[in-house]
Design a protein around this ligand. Structure first.
Ligand SMILES: Cc1cc2nc3c(=O)[nH]c(=O)nc-3n(C[C@H](O)[C@H](O)[C@H](O)COP(=O)(O)OP(=O)(O)OC[C@H]3O[C@@H](n4cnc5c(N)ncnc54)[C@H](O)[C@@H]3O)c2cc1C
Length: 340
């Protein structure tokens, strides 16, 4: 535990865009967290939790304290049957958790391989990829409740999961809970979700393992997504959520754009890949200052090296305007803007 002031956020966020926090502290236990929150320096200041900083855009310096979880540990608890409960501390890297599970021969989260960030944020964000969402596997989340000043265990019925949505993001609960550990349900049975196009070919393999699926997912992701650790590729993943439209709206779109890709949802609505809309609105490679629409995956905005936050804000506004003008669809950011 170490309270640092005037802290540079560029190295600890994946956009690597210049911004400073008044204070920054990391903690490795609930006790340390409570001690930080009780410090006289931080009383009355805004508080923000950050894991790997891979979903944030700071548009100005942060006037409060940024807290970072370093709560560690990964354990597996099984009974007589195939089901296993796997628990990881919120400060573990999400992808390390997935790798541990695959190495141990357990199945269930392999499709979520290589998603940047921490275990704690994964439960806040309800991360998803290749047909699987964390909500599908969640058993419980252990959190520190800052109102009750004690640990609580939250069950799926209380977590209110939706598309990149959870209890933690609901206005009445925002900032109330700090995720300490996450438990997911895994299985040693060969049950895989291979519905996503490029994974389908794996169904033909004999004795498929979660590690095989993980490797394939990693290959696909390497080929499509920029690496935030590489200079000139800073980014926060999907900048916008994939929009959901009514059947009526979808039929009108298909009449004009017969190739438009779509995923039908169980309630009759239709999800459309935002990256396709951005590309077909003519924005592939579009730039404002140092911010650019990544040509291989238009859903991602990259910091080509010297972007400032206002470049990204201006480019995201331009994307929203063009997509609205072309398709009549309003895109909503997945990235969290912090600032003005
Ligand atoms: C290249 C790239 C690819 C990506 N691909 C995907 C993808 O396929 N699918 C997907 O869903 N996302 C994807 N993302 C987005 C991102 O990886 C996820 O949202 C991830 O869960 C963020 O983790 P983080 O630790 O960086 O969270 P941060 O950005 O640090 O925080 C995200 C949110 O979680 C909150 N939070 C963090 N830790 C805690 C805690 N301990 N307690 C309470 N709240 C907390 C923060 O306050 C914030 O609201 C991608 C990002 C990048 C850069």
């Amino acid at each position: 535990m170490n309270l640092q002031s005037n802290f540079d956020l560029a190295p600890v966020t994946t956009f690597h865009i210049r911004a400073r926090a008044r204070y920054y502290a990391s903690y490795s236990s609930v006790r340390e967290l409570a001690d930080i929150l009780a410090m006289p320096e931080v009383q009355g200041l805004p508080v923000l939790h950050m894991g790997g900083g891979s979903n944030f855009l700071f548009t100005c310096d942060y006037p409060g304290i940024v807290l970072h979880s370093a709560v560690s540990g990964i354990t597996f608890a099984g009974g007589d049957g195939p089901e296993v409960l796997a628990t990881a501390g919120a400060g573990e890297r999400w992808d390390d958790f997935v790798e541990h599970a695959c190495r141990a021969g357990y199945n269930g989260i392999e499709n979520l391989s290589m998603i940047p960030g921490s275990v704690g944020a994964a439960a806040v964000q309800n991360i998803g990829a290749y047909g699987v969402e964390l909500a599908d596997r969640i058993h419980s989340v252990t959190a520190y409740d800052t109102v009750l000043a004690r640990e609580v265990v939250l069950l799926p019925s209380e977590l209110h999961y939706g598309y990149r949505q959870s209890l933690f993001k609901e206005p009445h609960a925002e900032g109330r809970y700090v995720v300490i550990a996450v438990t997911v349900r895994l299985t040693s049975e060969p049950a895989f979700n291979l519905a996503y196009g490029p994974l389908r070919e794996l169904a033909a393999l004999d004795s498929l393992t979660s590690m095989d699926v993980r490797r394939r997912v990693m290959e696909i992701r390497h080929s499509k997504l920029p690496d935030p650790d590489v200079k000139g590729q800073g980014n926060a993943g999907s900048f916008f959520k994939n929009p959901v439209v009514s059947q009526d709206k979808f039929h009108r779109l298909v009449a004009e754009w017969p190739d438009i890709p779509s995923y039908p949802l169980s309630d009759g609505e239709v999800k459309i890949p935002a990256g396709w809309l951005i590309e077909h609105a003519g924005l592939k490679g579009a730039r404002v200052g140092g911010a650019m629409v990544y040509p291989r995956q238009c859903l991602v905005i990259v910091n080509t090296g010297d972007a400032v936050a206002s470049d990204v804000v201006a480019l995201s506004g331009k994307i929203q305007d063009e997509v609205l003008r072309t398709f009549g669809i309003r895109l909503h950011p997945e990235v969290i803007f912090v600032g003005d």
